[in-house]
Structures are given as C-alpha cells and as structure tokens.
Ligand binder design. Sequence first.
Ligand SMILES: *Cc1c(COP(=O)(O)O)cnc(C)c1O
Length: 296
Amino acid sequence: MQDIDLNNITTDRLLLPVFAENNLEADVLRLDKIHPDVSGNKWFKLRYYLEEAGNTDKKTIVTFGGAWSNHILATAAFCRLKNFHSIGVIRGEEAGANSPVLARAKEFGMRLVFQSRDNYRDKKLPVELNDPGYYLIPEGGYGIKGADGAATIYAHFEKNKYTHICCAAGTGTMTAGLIINANSSQDIIGVSVLKNNTALEDEIRKLAGNKMKNYRLAHDYHFGGYAKHSPALIEFMNEMFRLSGIPSDFVYTGKLFFAVNDLAAKKYFSRGSRILIIHSGGLPGNISLGKGTLIF
Ligand SMILES: *Cc1c(COP(=O)(O)O)cnc(C)c1O
C-alpha cells in the first residue's frame, strides 16, 4: 500500500482573475497530494491520536462517521499503514450505506458497525465496542489532539509570508489548529461547510483556548448545507480547474475556493494581501457526483 508522502506537498500559485484585479496574491497549500485515500488535513488531525494509541499499547482504533466520511476513509487507511485494527461506527443502516468510501475502508480492513441515526446522534457506543483495549477517536477527529496535529501544517509552508490563511471548516478542528500557531498579525478564515452551524465558534474556542488569535468564520458559503451543491458551485470548480489545473471537492474545498474568490471580489482583502488557501483534500468524495459533472 502506498505510504503517506509529505514531500509531495507544494505551494501553488492560484491564478484567478479576481486576485490580479485586486492586487492580491493567492497560493494553495496542496495537502491533497500526500495520499490518495488519507487526503489532506486528515493525516494531520489523526497523527497525535494514533501516536497516543501506540504509546498506550492500544491495538484497535474506533471512530465515527457517515457513509461518505473522509475521516472514516483516512482512519482506515492510516490504521492499515500503521498496523492498527480499525472499527468504524457508521451512521445509518447498512442497506443504505454501501458507498464507495465504505467499500474502500473495508478494503483497508476496517470493520464497519452500523448504528441507527438516533443512537448515532446520542453518541452511544455499541456495547460490543465497550472494550478498554480500544482507542476512541471522536467523530471527525474533533479534539485537542486533532487541533494540535493540524497546527503542524505550518511545518509545510513559509508562515510569515501570508497575511491570511483560509481553510474549510467542518468540526473546526483544523481551523483551531491553524489559529493556535498563527502569528499575531495573521488572519485565519474558516469557511463553514455546514448550514447555520452556530456552535462552530464555541467549538473552535474550546480547542484553541487561550491561544485564540485573529479569525473570521464565513457562514454564507454552505450552498444549502453539508454535502449540498449547486450548478454555480460545480461551474466554479470546473472553471478553476481550467484556469489553474487544481481540482477541488464539492463538500469542502470547492466551497472554500468559491468563498475566497467571492470575498476577494467583494474587496474583503486589502490590496497587497497575501493569501494562503489550504487544500485539505477530499477529492475521493467527488465520486458521488454523476459522471461528467466535473471535468477532472
Ligand atoms: C474533514 C475535512 C475538512 C474539515 O476539517 P475540520 O477539522 O473538521 O473542520 C476540510 N476539508 C476536507 C477535505 C475534509 O475532508
């Protein structure tokens, strides 16, 4: 199986008209290139959890997610690489949840345990998984360890070059990690991919604690909600690929790039700003779009 390769990470200039027009520079940190299955930010968010599991002699990792979860797929692949057993507690009944993502997770040896939506929502661990030998990672890798891992993304770019660092926010763990290690003159912008996620700010503050810095959360780019999309979003993703050769995913990074483009058009960034956009991966999720929807 292919290993994670952090040397593949590059910083690519994003040449969209709006940046030149407004005297802005935008670069993309290509975390999507570290591995086809453990895409982007997931490796960073998982690394300290798996390190602790290894240090405490736990051999089995249990975590939670939906049928299309990048976190589930990344955990399955990462566990395979590091010789852990993995168990995924999956939201919803098995019949409706046979997604390519879960099929791939199974190939990596993940055992899938399906939970009714009610039990999943209450975060009830199935009794059979109540084993002190198991190491639990919260849904989406949300937690201090996840944020501390995401903070190490800074090792892969020239931090002081940028005035703004932008990322997509699901649980907010990556956003919190970026905030933790930002310098005091930098702005971190988290683009929420969920609709009306009013808890996001608190969730981020819980993780960043007294290391809070300048940040802004953009709540207007969810396109109807988590994993929802519109023709305008798909057209933007295709156009960006035509102009830059950079692919994006419709759940997270497509909304992020759209948001940064739109904020630039609305003069949110002052002239001369240097913007870093974190490409956190997510490309495997595009399989759920019909063939031919995206040109990449
Ligand atoms: C999981 C994921 C995110 C969201 O990260 P959080 O730390 O949960 O906010 C962003 N982008 C991609 C591609 C993801 O898979």
